[in-house]
Design a protein around this ligand. Structure first.
Ligand code: C2E
Ligand code: MG
Ligand code: MG
Ligand code: MG
Length: 291
């Protein structure tokens, strides 16, 4: 305890934190190996226009298929990758794979916009816009093929530098989206200044909106807010046809969710699209909850 009070926390011996940092070191080396051994897999989840129910895009979602532990979901390694800076390697991998997929789909005549998640560290990387431009050149794509998703909290970590990066990406004509909208701490005054094209309503508000009046009202207000700011509004977490219909009636532009499709390996997307049969929303009984 005496050593701790002297202000050298980092070098104080503590068996508990020592074990924790051993674990962290091995996780970091496992992540590095995962790249070399091709253990990351690009999954994609389709995104549809709610008025026409046509597939208009997809979101890239990374998966780690570990040789012993099986499928590991991003919430279990992204925060760590973010903390250690390894996220930059991962983001590069995801962008590379996403661009390759876009190219393959275009060659089959399938034009979809690819949404890719960025994190705080990516936004603080002054070289990101250049790297992104280089990626487009190498894959013979235009910036219009992409939408980059950023959370409010990633922006608020360092709003000044984040805004610089976003302005540069925006100047390249790439679309920008605020992910998990409604869960962060950014003010509307700040949001107004961001060069974004899309608001993505967090799934925690969408998932139960057929049963929860408050959620339904939050979603409705967010759609109106987004539209009043000239933005496209997307709902994630659509798990039922009733929610899909409610969102369509509220004028929400686009949607994503397990009811439409779970995320799938990128290689399966073209087949999924050819088999996609949209639900007949007019035949679905509206819930009374939001009347
Ligand atoms: P996100 O960007 O908000 O992505 C949406 C998450 O909700 C995904 O979880 C998706 O599988 C899940 N989801 C989609 N529809 C539904 C639904 O109807 N119901 C429910 N319960 N969940 C649904 P996932 O793939 O586990 O990803 C979690 C988060 O990890 C993502 O949240 C994103 O923040 C992060 N992430 C995923 N891939 C990447 C990546 O390549 N780079 C970065 N920086 N972050 C990533
Ligand atoms: Mg996202
Ligand atoms: Mg989200
Ligand atoms: Mg999220």
């Amino acid at each position: 305890y005496a050593a701790k009070k002297s202000g050298h926390d980092a070098v104080v011996y503590d068996p508990a934190s020592d074990r924790a940092s051993d674990q962290n070191l091995s996780l970091l080396s496992e992540l590095r190996q995962a790249v070399e051994r091709n253990e990351f897999v690009l999954y994609v989840q389709p995104k549809i226009a709610l008025s026409s129910t046509t597939v208009i895009g997809m979101e890239a979602l990374i998966r780690w298929v570990h040789p012993e532990r099986g499928m590991i979901f991003p919430d279990n390694f992204i925060p760590f990758a973010e903390k250690t800076g390894f996220i930059r390697v991962m983001t590069r991998w995801v962008l590379e794979q996403s661009a390759a997929l876009c190219g393959q789909l275009l060659a089959q005549g399938i034009h979809l916009k690819m949404s890719v998640n960025l994190s705080t560290r990516d936004l603080l990387d002054q070289d990101l816009p250049n790297k992104f431009g280089d990626l487009l050149l190498r894959h013979d794509l235009t910036a219009a093929s992409f939408c980059l998703e950023i959370t409010e909290s990633a922006i608020m970590d360092d709003p000044v530098r984040a805004l610089q990066t976003l302005e540069r990406l925006h100047a390249m004509q790439v679309e920008l989206s605020i992910d998990d909208f409604g869960t962060g701490y950014s003010s509307l005054a700040y949001l107004k200044r961001l060069p974004v094209d899309e608001l993505k309503i967090d799934k925690s508000f969408v998932m139960n909106m057929e049963n929860d009046t408050d959620d339904a009202q939050i979603v409705r207000s967010t759609i109106d807010l987004g539209h009043n700011m000239g933005l496209r509004v997307v709902a994630e977490g659509i798990e039922s046809v009733v929610v899909m219909k409610l969102l369509a009636e509220m004028g929400c532009d686009q949607g994503q969710g397990y009811f439409i499709s779970r995320p799938m390996p990128a290689a399966k997307l073209a087949d999924w699209i050819s088999q996609w049969t949209p639900p007949a929303l007019h035949a679905v009984q509206s819930a009374a909850i939001v009347e």
